[in-house]
Write a protein of this length. Structure first.
Length: 437
């Protein structure tokens, strides 16, 4: 069976192991290790596919009209190589599949959402374990990416401040990067040399990020845009994040601006971008947003433990970070990928507490920086009272119907149903399995 391998996303395992070793261990244990990876290995007359337990790296596949198996991180690239959209499926997170001319068989894998919560966890033990895991991960990053430029996306909130604290302690030459919109007058002042944090239209989150970076001893790269820049970012945001749902597209727009300026600041260098993504899914730190009469980012009205499962499972679909940064040649790292099972064991009763994230994670921030972390931080795609990126999309009249139309435009000639079927209930389309083994 001929294999056309279009997989190009960087592999970030946070531990030394080859694809072959990971595959053999997973076939023996039934479980894949944490990390950010997706790969295809030919063995005999079949091909084995594997994808990390969260689904950080995407993995699409299908047979073209000549019977060749095409695999890749981007669905558009697989489609462009002659695989009809209706014939493209995704390897589910945490799964090992065997693909042959006889069909697709699941060989190993488990769902993170099936991890059972602890009855009475020790907070001190949890924090010590989390600190140790992150410490080992950052030590690995320092060795694996020796000589690279490190950039940490810093929003001023708790999650990114944890990552920034570990980066400052373990990695050389780290630059913090933070984003804010500025009005036209403030953009002129900033161009003349006025620091962005001193300008009236800068967000409170940005000012908090400046303080955290300063306390950690990190230089800060300010990324500023006028609200008018969003209109030109909509189409690439939909394409790069491989999604049409508003939450992921709005996130991708902010990351697009960050990626553009990080690449411009470090031309020709290999850059590793660290983010605090994933933690909000682990602790159910999401809420619906209202702009006028419109409600965005709707959540199911279900108990917290089921909502956590829903959010974590939903990480399968959408490429709001790795796909966007990789388009600019930037290696995106999500260290919290290593903590998924730990946080899935947090009892549901704790998830209902408004301070759960601070209870669990505040001690992970460098003590001097903790006082500057914003407890009232709003999401990067929501911003302050002007509602940030969400508010701009709303004022432009760009809702999910238009985003879905832009998604379909990438696949001319394909029926609308085939475009829409790629994502259902927050998950990419799974393959039809054979009888299994």
């Amino acid at each position: 069976m001929e294999l056309i391998d279009l997989i190009d996303y960087p592999t970030v395992r946070y531990a030394p192991a080859s694809d072959s070793v990971v595959l053999d261990q997973s076939l023996s244990s039934g479980r894949l290790p944490p990390g950010q990876y997706a790969f295809a290995l030919r063995r005999g007359k079949s091909v084995h596919l594997a994808r990390d337990p969260i689904g950080c790296n995407k993995l699409f596949f299908g047979f073209d009209r000549e019977g060749r198996l095409v695999v890749g991180n981007r669905v558009v690239r697989v489609w462009q190589r002659g695989v009809p959209l209706a014939a493209i499926a995704s390897c589910p997170p945490g799964h090992v599949l065997e693909v042959s001319r006889d069909g697709v068989v699941k060989l190993a894998g488990h769902e993170l959402s099936d991890v059972a919560a602890d009855a009475e966890p020790s907070i001190a033990h949890f924090q010590a374990e989390t600190r140790a895991i992150l410490g080992r991960a950052f030590a690995w990053l320092a060795r694996e990416f020796q000589g690279c430029q490190f950039a940490v996306c810093l929003s001023g909130g708790l999650d990114s401040s944890v990552v920034a604290s570990f980066a400052a302690a373990h990695l050389p030459g780290v630059t913090a990067v933070s984003f804010t919109y500025l009005d036209i007058d403030d953009l002129r002042r900033h161009a003349l040399g006025v620091p962005a944090e001193q300008l009236a239209s800068a967000s409170d989150d940005f000012r908090a990020a400046v303080q955290v970076a300063s306390t950690l001893g990190l230089p800060l790269l300010p990324v500023v845009r006028p609200s008018g820049a969003v209109a030109g970012a909509i189409r690439p945001s939909v394409s790069l994040c491989q999604d049409w749902r508003d939450f992921n597209v709005h996130c991708a727009t902010v990351n697009l601006f960050l990626a553009q300026d990080i690449r411009a600041a470090f031309p020709g260098r290999r850059v590793v971008v660290l983010t605090g993504d994933l933690m909000n899914e682990y602790v159910c730190d999401y809420r619906e947003e209202r702009v006028g009469d419109a409600v965005y980012y709707k959540l199911p009205r279900i108990p917290a433990d089921r909502r956590r499962k829903y959010l974590v499972r939903g990480l399968d679909a959408g490429d709001r970070e790795i796909g966007v940064f990789w388009a600019y040649g930037l290696v995106a790292c999500q260290p919290f990928a290593l903590l998924a099972e730990s946080y899935m064991r947090v009892p549901a009763a704790m998830l209902d507490r408004p301070d759960v994230k601070w209870t669990l994670n505040a001690p992970l921030v460098a003590p001097a920086a903790l006082a500057h972390v914003s407890k009232a931080k709003t999401r990067a795609q929501v911003g302050g009272q002007d509602m940030g990126t969400l508010g701009i999309y709303h004022r432009l009249g760009i809702g999910e119907a238009e985003l879905r139309r832009l998604w379909r435009e990438q696949f001319p000639g394909e029926p609308a149903a085939a475009c829409d079927d790629l994502i259902e209930l927050g998950r990419y389309k799974r393959p039809p399995y054979g009888l299994g083994r």
